[in-house]
Design a protein around this ligand. Structure first.
Ligand SMILES: Cc1cc2nc3c(=O)[nH]c(=O)nc-3n(C[C@H](O)[C@H](O)[C@H](O)COP(=O)(O)OP(=O)(O)OC[C@H]3O[C@@H](n4cnc5c(N)ncnc54)[C@H](O)[C@@H]3O)c2cc1C
Length: 467
């Protein structure tokens, strides 16, 4: 379909400039591809950019940044499109879409991987797995490496190998003035410090270089108990996991049992609490490793099996496909008090929909061995990163899931450390962003002033340039 500047309301000359400078596509309202191009993971978000620039390389990103800055259009950056509040789309503005930049180059001898800025976790897992290697990252294969890494990144390998940023060796970045630079422990150390947790505030990362770790087949476990047993299970879990070997990871969840395998029919649709396990030690030993799950009372269902790591990484892909309504919040926790356990019991028992859930992701172990001020990630003392997810396919339930999420979060907030993982926030205001960065906020604001003084990159959990 022929597209015109008229459909987007943009100056035709600007559009010509963009088209001429990009090897990738320009997508405008009225284009047959427009609705697909602006659809993101969270279907609650319905933003209409004036133009999407689909970049294939750093040269395209430079063109798009220059045009965004000079035109005065609001600029958003899209990696994997998993932002809960849809910060990857600019309503009426320019969305710089990195999704064509999905590539991975593994160097098995150096044990590193260089990854395009628009890649998904599954791209990295797939490429590294061929060499028996991997990086700690999130638990869903279509999440973007971009947003996840820049916010910190945690997942099944975090107790063993740390946060995603703890394996980050270098980034290539296009800055707000259109210049291209690199950052690592050797170059632009302040920028490198800031991108390890400070989100997309400082520039557009066109490639990430990671240190890879040996990982191939892991022991996967799922244990669930009736929701009424939450006090016994959480009372046991809060003591058991932090002192367990770092080879063992398990995130606690309240959920509704999905109606399918591996769960027995009598559990389908039941409200439960549970733990999803990943074990990176000796796989001959799985029965003994998971024997402690009987301590709070025998689980209603327990499953354990060896699995290739990328299979674990995509275990939940089919359960929560793109296109659902999502409303989430988060908070960090350094303990699980008896009072907090009662809140989990109450909200777990009132779960409003089949997919709504709460997860407590461990962020201890190796993640605790990195110094509190070594990266912008500001909660090295947290033991769990909690997320409260109201999820449902039906837009008619949007208010119900939001109410449950905000109620659950609000009831637990007094027992939290005060701030949330930046990647589990909606648009919650500047105070919440400051609570996320605690004592690091001021240093981040100084670095922001140096690299993006006019706050071109503000569609994110925004750190304002220091005045
Ligand atoms: C189903 C699901 C499961 C998840 N599981 C986990 C998990 O296990 N662990 C975890 O840590 N997080 C998890 N997350 C949260 C996830 O880290 C965030 O949603 C993250 O923002 C996703 O990044 P993205 O690139 O897909 O998102 P996008 O929406 O594309 O981007 C999010 C933000 O990052 C910026 N950004 C993205 N790429 C770049 C780049 N290359 N350069 C500069 N800025 C960029 C964007 O501008 C935007 O502000 C999960 C999210 C979902 C939806």
């Amino acid at each position: 379909m022929e597209t015109t500047g008229g459909a987007s309301g943009l100056d035709e000359q600007l559009l010509e400039q963009l088209r001429a400078g990009l090897r990738g596509d320009v997508v405008l309202p009225g284009d047959a591809r427009y609705d697909d191009a602006r659809a993101i993971y969270n279907a609650m978000i319905d933003k209409r950019p004036a133009v999407l620039a689909r970049c294939v390389d750093a040269g395209d990103v430079i063109t798009a940044v220059n045009l965004g800055r000079d035109s005065g259009l609001e600029v958003a950056v899209m990696g994997g499109g998993h932002s809960g509040p849809g910060l990857c789309l600019a309503e009426g503005g320019l969305t710089i879409d990195l999704s064509p930049m999905r590539w991975v180059r593994v160097d098995p001898e150096a044990r590193t991987a260089q990854v395009g800025g628009g890649s998904q976790l599954g791209d990295l897992d797939h490429a590294a797995h061929a060499f028996g290697l991997g990086v700690p990252a999130g638990i869903y294969s279509q999440t973007g490496v971009g947003g996840l890494t820049l916010g910190g990144g945690h997942g099944y390998l975090t107790r063993k190998y740390g946060l995603t940023i703890d394996s980050l060796l270098a980034v290539d970045v296009v800055l707000a003035d259109g210049s291209f630079t690199k950052a690592s422990e050797q170059e632009n150390q302040d920028l490198f410090w800031a991108v390890r947790g400070g989100g997309g505030n400082f520039g557009i990362v066109t490639s990430f270089t990671y240190r890879l770790h040996p990982i191939h087949t892991v022991g996967v476990g799922i244990s669930v108990w009736p929701i009424e047993q939450t006090p016994a299970v959480l009372g046991w879990y809060r003591e058991f996991l932090p002192q367990a070997p770092e080879d063992l990871y398990g995130f606690f969840a309240v959920l509704v049992v999905p109606p399918g395998p591996p769960f027995p029919e009598e559990l389908h649709h039941k409200k439960v609490c549970g733990v999803v396990w990943c074990y990176t030690g000796d796989l001959d030993n799985l029965e003994a490793v998971f024997a402690p799950v009987n301590q709070p009372g025998a689980p209603a269902f327990h499953f354990a099996a060896p699995m290739p790591y990328p299979m674990l990484q995509s275990l939940f892909d089919a359960l929560i496909p793109p296109g659902l309504q999502w409303y989430w919040r988060g908070d960090f926790f350094d303990q699980i008090t008896d009072e907090a356990i009662q809140v989990h019991l109450e909200y777990g028992s009132n779960n409003p929909t089949a997919l709504s859930t709460m997860h407590l992701y461990p962020v201890d172990g190796a993640a605790h061995r990195v110094g509190a001020d070594d990266t912008a990630w500001s909660y090295r003392d947290a033991v769990w990163s909690g997320v409260f997810g109201g999820i449902d396919p039906d837009p008619a339930n949007a208010e119900r899931i939001k109410e449950w999420c905000v109620g659950y979060w609000g009831a637990l907030h007094p027992y939290s450390m005060g701030g949330a993982y930046v990647n589990f926030m909606m648009e919650e205001g500047q105070e919440r962003v400051q609570a996320t960065y605690r004592g690091h906020y001021e240093r981040l604001a100084q670095i922001k002033r140096q690299y993006d003084p006019s706050n071109l990159f503000h569609l994110n959990q925004n750190i304002k340039p220091a005045s």
